[in-house]
Write a protein of this length. Structure first.
Length: 463
């Protein structure tokens, strides 16, 4: 049975069960489904979203709640009675609870924190105290730790006692009596060794750790380079504070990707799904960049006005303005997209700027030569069929267009590749140097290149 057909069956079963109004039957049905299927039911039946969460065992309800979109989470919290909200929030893992609370207004956060148990409240306030977008916000204090003098048999006894409440038991952390992190050991190493062997005999002291102030995006790169499912978070004095797991990092990577795509499209980043964002807010997110780009394009009209005399003398030059500026803008957009993406996944860093520039100079020359030749032969072909179109000056016009395309495409690739790196160096987000922004920049400079080349080649003939 396909996933789609299986989901249809779950929906049909849910519709049938919900009509019975038998709470016990509804609870048994929901607790018997996959977490992802229940989440789909929440989206498919918004009129029952709070009832679905309320009619599940709280542990499974928390597992469903944490994978829902923020707008849906907010609606569910508003609809549930305070005692159910309290149970739900207390059952959420600390990192997921913090992730939800940091998206709410401060007054709502204050009211919800009052519902937490004292220990959970302390943990939550501690996590919320870390800077936004820092690893501290993703950290969970739920992990299993042991001491170097423990035997493997004692380790398994500790896992059986505390593992149920841990975020993951794939990795066990070794600390000393001061709470300082000494090592992290994978569960397989314990399984494959005899029970009487001590933890100290398995330690290799090669531990990779994060700090709570580290940027979340930087941490994603550390996970990738070290192939880990979880990483410890330590203080400056090496005290073990908590762990960060790969599922949280994947959410961060997804959010960063969406944010970068929105910025590259020439808008401010959205913090909620497109269909959920109010029209007025959507307008505000888009209008600022459109105005900035429009003001930039006004410089194109200024450049055209500056070369007004040349255009009057040779109106034929105006025919190629769209061709010139679009070619430069396209090459710049290509380059900026490639470099932003490469920087995002860690393929290049600021130290690689000269290698990038060298490659883009070569690429720009090759691409510009191809487009320049096509532009030249286009003029040659049109002149062959309609000699009066360009007259006796078809050859210098063709050379002008060909050389201009070479120069504009080269400038576009250089601008598109270097601008993201310059912004990164200045501490700005490279995604701001999006395709529309680069295209606007190259449009203006492309006109200056075009008419400058035309003046040099056509001076004394057409000009």
């Amino acid at each position: 049975m396909s996933l789609e057909n299986e989901l249809i069956t779950v929906k049909e079963q849910f519709e049938a069960v919900i009509k019975t109004e038998d709470k016990l039957q509804i609870k048994d049905f929901l607790n018997d489904q996959n977490i992802s299927d229940v989440a789909e039911l929440v989206y498919e039946f918004p009129e029952y979203e709070s009832s679905i969460i309320a009619n599940m065992s709280m542990n499974r309800a928390a597992s469903v709640f944490k994978i829902l979109e923020l707008p849906t989470q907010k609606k569910i919290i508003k609809a549930l009675p305070p005692n159910t909200v309290a149970a739900l929030l207390n059952d959420l893992p600390a990192d997921d609870r913090t992730d939800f609370l940091e998206e709410l207004p401060s007054n709502a956060v204050r009211e919800l924190i009052k519902l937490l148990d004292p220990e959970e409240r302390k943990i939550t306030l501690s996590l919320l105290g870390y800077p936004e977008n820092s690893i501290g916000r993703l950290m969970t204090p739920d992990y299993v730790y042991v001491y170097p003098h423990n035997t493997i048999e004692e380790v398994f006894a500790t896992i059986r006692k505390f593992g149920k409440d841990s975020e993951t038991i794939n990795v066990i952390y070794v600390i000393n009596n001061k709470g300082e992190l000494l090592d992290d050991i994978r569960i397989r190493d314990f399984i494959l060794n005899p029970p009487d062997k001590k933890v100290s005999e398995l330690m290799d002291d090669r531990v990779v750790a994060l700090h709570p102030e580290d940027d979340q995006e930087t941490a994603a790169e550390v996970f990738k380079m070290n192939n880990r499912v979880a990483l410890p978070v330590v203080s400056k004095s090496n005290k073990l504070l908590g762990i960060v797991t790969i599922d949280d990092i994947l959410w961060v990577a997804s959010e960063e990707f969406s944010e970068d795509m929105q910025k590259m499209g020439g808008t401010s980043a959205f913090n909620e799904p497109y269909l959920e964002i109010p029209i007025l807010k959507l307008f505000k997110k888009r209008v600022v960049w459109l105005v900035v780009l429009f003001l930039g394009e006004l410089l194109t009209a200024t450049a055209m006005a500056y070369f007004e005399d040349e255009i009057k003398k040779a109106v034929v030059l105006a025919l190629f303005v769209p061709l010139i500026i679009s070619s430069g803008g396209n090459s710049g957009s290509q380059a900026s997209t490639l470099i932003i993406q490469a920087m995002a996944v860690g393929e290049i860093t600021l130290r690689d700027w000269w290698r990038v520039m060298r490659r883009e100079i070569i690429s720009g020359l090759l691409l510009g030569t191809v487009l320049g030749l096509i532009g030249f032969f286009r003029i040659f072909a049109w002149h062959s069929f309609a000699p009066s179109l360009y007259g006796d000056h078809w050859l210098p016009i063709g050379i002008t267009v060909g050389i201009t395309l070479l120069g504009v495409v080269l400038w576009g690739t250089l601008s598109g590749s270097m601008l993201p790196m310059v912004l990164k160096k200045l501490g700005a987000d490279p995604a701001v140097s999006s395709a529309p922004f680069v295209a606007t920049l190259v449009d203006v400079t492309g006109l200056i290149i075009y008419f400058s080349v035309a003046f040099l080649i056509l001076s004394g003939s057409l000009l």
